[in-house]
Ligand binder design. Structure first.
Ligand SMILES: NC(=O)C1=CN([C@@H]2O[C@H](COP(=O)(O)OP(=O)(O)OC[C@H]3O[C@@H](n4cnc5c(N)ncnc54)[C@H](OP(=O)(O)O)[C@@H]3O)[C@@H](O)[C@H]2O)[C@@H](O)CC1
Ligand SMILES: Nc1ncnc2c1ncn2[C@@H]1O[C@H](COP(=O)(O)OP(=O)(O)OP(=O)(O)O)[C@@H](O)[C@H]1O
Ligand SMILES: [Mg+2]
Length: 305
């Protein structure tokens, strides 16, 4: 990446769709990571009971308590409530440069139905969508939500990847042909970009497969994937701006898929931050320690000056 990337003025408004009764950490990690690497504003759309908890973690986040789970909605009210939820998010949609769907979303069927509608609206408005966590559970059962959308990025972990392979390719994960299988999966979903997380991160849009294996940390603490999904939007927005504002050369090759380039940058950024955190915290490294290292990691990869 070029030096001076951090000086671009328009740096993005990000929305995380996630956060329910069980999970409040994941949407927080994603949303705060976006801010830590340079996004202007970070919104979280979550359930009513998750909102006060997420707000209390940080005054930096804008938290909307709009999502509803089945337990809080009577059968006969569902259509009306669903329309209201979707409208609440849609009124903000044109301000967003990217959505992250899934960190801490949960799997409540009514909530996921509403999120499907939100994803359709985002797609209609050409807003890039990063799908992670329970968003991947939704997408695996409703592929049409992302199929053929070039601005969609899927970030499966080992379990989520397995489910996608089983559902889409109707077979088991084959690590002997990891590159070929990832490429086939991305092709089958219409050329979306997939970042398969693991010991090495593999990234493909169905064309070539890129592997990122720099640094990283031997420590696996829950939430590292949320940092990645929260960091990706900002990087995608930067790369897309370079492409579509005609500034692609000489920094990036114009024949490369910008979402793939954004994923490579995101993967390297997180792995470097995790490695920096591990240097000092060793086995007690937590997700919050890695978030604290995002700034240093970014400076190492692309200094502001
Ligand atoms: N601090 C936080 O708030 C954090 C919250 N996090 C959030 O947690 C959520 C799950 O993400 P994760 O990474 O634990 O899922 P993963 O490894 O695929 O699954 C592990 C096993 O559990 C099972 N399983 C999962 N959900 C289930 C359900 N609702 N009901 C029943 N089974 C379920 C799953 O089963 P399977 O997928 O095979 O059906 C697999 O066997 C997601 O929203 C994430 O963002 C994380 O980001 C970490 C930090
Ligand atoms: N075995 C590993 N060795 C080194 N780094 C890894 C390993 N597995 C994953 N990573 C790194 O950690 C990042 C997060 O991947 P991980 O598989 O932990 O996601 P996740 O399960 O979705 O996390 P979360 O707990 O946030 O849901 C990846 O981008 C990858 O760079
Ligand atoms: Mg995850």
């Amino acid at each position: 990446m070029p030096t001076g990337f951090g000086l671009i003025v328009h740096t993005g408004k990000i929305a995380v769709i996630g956060g329910c009764r069980e999970y409040t950490g994941a949407p927080y990690f994603a949303a705060i990571s976006a801010l830590k690497i340079g996004a202007d504003l970070s919104h979280v759309f979550c359930t009513k009971d998750a909102a006060p908890v997420i707000k209390s973690y940080s005054p930096e986040l804008i938290v909307h308590p709009v999502l509803e789970e089945s337990y809080s909605v009577r059968e006969e009210e569902r259509k009306q409530v669903s329309a209201k939820v979707v409208a609440e998010v849609d009124k903000w949609m044109e301000r967003f440069d990217c959505l992250v769907v899934g960190p801490g979303l949960g799997r409540d069927p009514f909530l996921l139905d509403c999120v499907s509608e939100i994803m359709k609206q985002a797609r209609h408005s050409n807003v890039p969508i990063v799908v992670d966590g329970d968003g991947l559970f939704l997408v695996a059962n409703s592929l049409h939500l992302v199929h053929g959308y070039p601005l969609a990025v899927l970030t499966p972990n080992v379990n989520e990847y397995k489910r996608l392979v089983q559902t889409v390719l109707k077979c088991e994960v084959d690590d002997a042909d990891a590159h070929g299988q990832l490429s086939s999966l991305a092709k089958q979903i219409g050329g979306v970009t997939i970042l398969r997380k693991g010991r090495s991160d593999l990234i493909s849009d169905g064309d070539i497969v890129n592997s990122v294996s720099i640094c990283g940390s031997p420590r696996r603490c829950g939430g590292q994937g949320d940092i990645l999904s929260g960091s990706l939007p900002f990087l995608l927005v930067l790369v897309l701006q370079y492409f579509y504002l005609g500034h692609a050369k000489p920094f990036v090759a114009a024949d490369r898929n910008p979402t793939v380039l954004g994923c490579i940058a995101g993967s390297a950024l997180l792995r470097k931050a995790a490695s920096l955190a591990f240097e000092t915290r060793k086995r007690s490294t937590l997700t919050t320690d890695i978030i604290e290292c995002l700034g240093r990691s970014l400076e190492d990869i692309c200094p502001a000056y």
